[in-house]
Design a protein around this ligand. Structure first.
Ligand SMILES: Cc1ncc(COP(=O)(O)O)c(C=O)c1O
Length: 297
């Protein structure tokens, strides 16, 4: 599973000149037409491992609009695995665009009630799934595990331009953990939480446990730009996303990347970054979610 090195695009705005910063975007949204952005990074070593262990089926979990479900379905079809998606909640008569795509790629959709879904990590629930579907390579919800983090470390080694701060959106914490591990104490990393609450810092500590990087003080999780919580939006966010796309021809999604870019502009405006700072914002893809978002609203 190889991807081309993704481009870095500088964007210009009078605001950046006024504040003396440079703004670069690492366009990981362009790394694969289906398994795009951080999903590609997170799946790469997992699929290698699944092949190595002789698995022919991937099983994973997600909500009905999940980027991860979409990506696993696409990756399975492209790289020769059968796929099973365990979907939170009950089936609906009309499939939303994410699930319709997943099914069209051959993913078997298995709906699980919310009570059992909450317990999906427990051996008993996994055993039941295994008795139903046979031995599968199980990927966690959101795709974050040690191999996913290993894939995200490669983002850093691919960057050939100097920068001071790298940023990414945060859901489960896997991607930002990869950036922290890849930088090994150098530069700064800011993760923008797409969820309400400040539990993600602990989550990242847990994910990095055992690695020397755990105690580095060069990273933080920004919790001010969740817009009410996961998949919640406000008109100001939608307005920003539309203007951003018109200005730079870079599409964003309202669940992850839109919130990060909005936050970065706001922080620049409020002098968070010193003059001379070069910001590298990681575009993590997720654009499939836009169709689902339109379907929902
Ligand atoms: C587009 C996009 N960006 C960022 C994230 C957050 O990544 P992580 O779960 O590794 O924190 C996700 C979800 O996993 C995503 O779909």
């Amino acid at each position: 599973m190889q991807s081309p090195k993704t481009p870095i695009q500088e964007i210009k705005d009078p605001l950046f000149d006024e504040k003396g910063v440079r703004f670069l975007v690492k366009r990981d949204d362009l790394n694969h037409p289906v398994v795009s952005g951080n999903k590609f990074r997170k799946l790469k070593y997992n699929l290698e491992q699944a092949k190595l262990k002789g698995h022919d089926t991937l099983l994973t979990f997600g909500g009905a609009f999940s980027n991860h479900i979409y990506a696993v379905a696409g990756a399975g079809a492209s790289f020769g695995f059968k796929t099973i998606g365990v979907i939170r909640g009950e089936a609906h008569e009309t499939l939303n665009p994410t699930l319709a795509f997943a099914q069209s790629k051959g993913m078997h959709l298995h709906y699980m009630d919310r009570e059992n879904y909450r317990r999906k990590g427990e051996p008993e629930v996994l055993k039941k799934l295994e008795s139903q579907f046979g031995k599968c390579y199980v990927l966690p919800e959101g795709g974050t595990n040690a191999l996913a983090i290993k894939g995200c470390v490669e983002i850093i080694s691919e960057i050939d331009q100097d920068f001071d701060v790298i940023t990414c959106p945060v859901g489960t914490g896997g991607t930002v953990s990869g950036l922290i591990a890849g930088l090994n104490g150098m530069k700064r990393i800011i993760g923008f939480s797409a969820l309400k609450g400040d539990f993600l810092k602990d989550e990242v500590h847990t994910l990095l446990q055992g690695a020397d990087v755990e105690n580095f003080g060069n990273w933080s999780i920004q919790t001010d730009y969740h817009f009410g919580g996961y998949a919640k939006v406000k008109p100001a966010l939608i307005d920003f996303i539309q203007k951003f796309e018109r200005a730079y021809n870079i599409p964003l999604d309202p669940i992850y990347t839109g919130k990060m870019f909005y936050g970065l502009f706001d922080m620049i405006r409020n002098d968070f970054f010193e003059q001379g700072t070069v910001i590298m914002a990681l575009h993590t893809g997720g654009l499939q979610g836009n169709a689902g978002f339109d379907f929902r609203t």
